[in-house]
Design a protein around this ligand. Structure first.
Ligand code: GSH
Length: 196
């Protein structure tokens, strides 16, 4: 498999999952602005949406959208237990989290030229959401309980952007402790190091 990524972007989430699962893969860096891979390929010919993460599966298929990619990877290596069994209520709990992270936390950043009041409002809303997530984590190690899942890889990735979004994680001790716990995982350290 090939994972097309941009350092520090949301592609870090499937990158962590690939390492947690111990699946063999190749990393391909993409310059999304130029639309080129590190090898000089036209990236739009690989993913016409022009963004990462993009996973090229061995069978020649290309899978896009982080939420789909991380579940696909977890299902390729069920023994790694990175996602609950398909069809179980717990699996829908996982999807509930993945969708929340994708739509409420990952997306919704105003463009740099947006009016300041719009940026302030978005930041205020984000603070409320971070506070809610911190409350959920007060009594458990990971989003789904005591086991790390692909939702944790995604939330961790989004939390790495907190500082640049003007949000200090130390405001919520449970969230900061969660972030540090995930950052200390060997697979996460390896992924961060590999992305430079
Ligand atoms: N809907 C996509 C969005 C992916 C996305 O927003 N990717 C960003 C990086 S986090 C990207 O590649 N943007 C293009 C760019 O930065 O030029 C998903 O959830 O996977």
């Amino acid at each position: 498999m090939k994972l097309y990524f941009k350092p520090g972007a949301c592609s870090l989430s499937p990158h962590i999952v690939l390492r947690e699962a111990g699946l063999p893969f190749e990393l391909v860096k993409v310059d999304t602005k130029a639309g080129l891979t590190a090898g000089g390929e036209d990236f739009k010919r690989i993913n016409p949406k022009g963004y990462v993460p993009t996973l090229q599966i061995d069978e020649g298929q290309v899978l896009t959208e982080g939420v789909a990619i991380v579940q696909y990877l977890a299902d390729r290596k069920p023994e790694a237990q990175l996602a609950p069994r398909s069809g179980s209520l717990e699996r829908y709990r996982l999807i509930e989290w993945l969708n929340y992270i994708a739509t409420e936390l990952h997306k919704g950043t105003p463009p740099p030229n947006a009016p300041q009041e719009v940026k302030d409002t978005v930041r205020e809303q984000r603070l409320v959401k971070y506070g809610w997530v911190a409350e959920q984590l007060a009594s458990r190690q990971f989003l789904l309980g005591e086991r790390f899942t692909v939702a944790d890889a995604y939330l961790f990735t989004v939390l790495t952007w907190s500082k640049t979004r003007g949000i200090e994680l130390a405001k919520w001790p449970a969230l900061k402790a969660y972030f540090d716990r995930i950052a200390a995982r060997p697979a996460v350290k390896e992924a961060l190091a590999a992305e430079g």
